[in-house]
Design a protein around this ligand. Structure first.
Ligand SMILES: NC(=O)c1ccc[n+]([C@@H]2O[C@H](COP(=O)([O-])OP(=O)(O)OC[C@H]3O[C@@H](n4cnc5c(N)ncnc54)[C@H](OP(=O)(O)O)[C@@H]3O)[C@@H](O)[C@H]2O)c1
Length: 325
């Protein structure tokens, strides 16, 4: 098969399509003919050599955490050849074929293209899991940083569907407008406004109930300032740095909860459980059209270098997809 194999780390120019042996499904796995995959920030870091694949490492290092396509082989008979599926994978998405544990496969929602389906797993699993961990309830005010990103745009939609109030920080007016269309009650362009002041004003001085933070160190101190008493914060990403100073007096005084999370390093059983939870709670919202991934652009996979450049320049709103023809 053809795949984008990392043979060296570096800039987008290291990405090119080459020939590798077809993967073979093991026990409990299906072989999927991949029709589309999508970019995640992790791909950019992995390409640079800053985000190694978890063990066991494959023979060929192939980027890509999302796949959508049709089942080619299902040795257990759970799926029929041709079934339209999508899945979160630990790597190997930028390829014509991928092997996937069958329990992590979800059917492609009604009416979705493969490009839409490939934009779903990593960001919606991450957002759903993070919002579950901070126990978001109806009416809660939740601040989402980098709200126009892949994960952020998914979180905003989920919060709106859950009856919570999403506020979102973004870097441009265009992103602010888009986040509002996704259901946010307030978008904050951080070049124009201070999110602490805006959130305090919005909540009548109480602060926000939760924060889904995709930025990290540069926001950490201000996050603690803006959380309400017993507020919960989950740190999901560190695009703004990974080393922060913690104001323990705020943490103690307001009885705050701060959680860190990572999806990729989890054992397969936990990923299967998450896939099943998403199938139960989120997939029906997709099937009825209440929720849909935000597609920024679709590139043919031969143009993966341009796709990576776009993400690295922070230009994307939602997901960048690679179509595997
Ligand atoms: N823990 C996990 O399991 C997990 C899973 C998935 C993703 N993640 C992490 O979640 C984050 C988002 O991933 P994604 O794929 O959705 O990203 P993405 O679509 O590439 O969006 C990232 C956005 O972050 C904003 N940003 C970049 N640098 C920033 C900075 N220094 N300060 C403030 N904002 C900045 C930019 O938007 P603006 O123009 O609005 O600033 C950028 O477009 C990444 O850090 C990723 O590694 C973690």
């Amino acid at each position: 098969m053809r795949a984008i194999v990392l043979t060296q780390y570096g800039g987008p120019e290291v990405l090119s399509i080459s020939q590798v042996p077809d993967p073979e499904p093991g026990p409990g796995q299906a072989l999927v003919r991949v029709r589309a995959t999508s970019l995640n920030r992790a791909d950019v870091l992995q390409r640079m050599g800053r985000y190694p694949e978890p063990d066991p490492k494959p023979t060929h290092e192939i980027l890509g955490l999302d796949i959508a396509g049709e089942v080619a082989e299902s040795p257990s008979g759970t799926f029929r050849p041709g079934d339209r599926v999508m899945a979160l994978v630990a790597g190997g998405g930028y390829a014509e074929y991928a092997v996937v544990p069958e329990r992590t496969l979800l059917p492609v929602p009604h009416g979705w293209s493969y490009e839409q389906a490939a934009a779903f797993p990593e960001v919606f699993y991450t957002a759903y899991d993070a919002l579950t961990q901070i126990q978001v309830g109806v009416g809660d005010v939740v601040l989402v940083h980098a709200a126009a990103s892949g994960v952020g745009s998914s979180a905003v939609q989920l919060l709106s569907a859950m009856g919570a109030q999403a506020m979102g920080t973004v870097g441009t007016a265009e992103k602010a407008a888009r986040v509002l269309t996704l259901g946010a009650v307030r978008a904050i362009d951080y070049h124009q406004e201070d999110f602490v002041a805006v959130c305090r004003e919005f909540t009548g001085g109480l602060g926000v109930d939760g924060i889904l933070d995709l930025v990290g160190a540069s926001y950490f101190e201000r996050n603690l300032q803006v959380l309400a008493r017993q507020g919960r914060q989950i740190v999901v990403g560190t695009v703004g740095g990974a080393r922060a100073t913690v104001a323990l007096d705020l943490l103690l005084g307001k009885r705050l909860t701060v959680i860190g999370t990572s999806l990729r390093s989890r054992p397969p059983e936990e990923k299967m459980a998450l896939a099943q939870a998403v199938k139960r709670h989120v997939w029906p919202l997709c099937d009825t059209g209440r929720i849909a991934p935000v597609i920024d652009r679709v590139y043919p996979w031969a143009e993966a270098r341009d796709a990576h450049r776009r993400m690295e320049s922070n230009l994307n709103i939602g997901k960048i997809v690679l179509s595997i023809s």
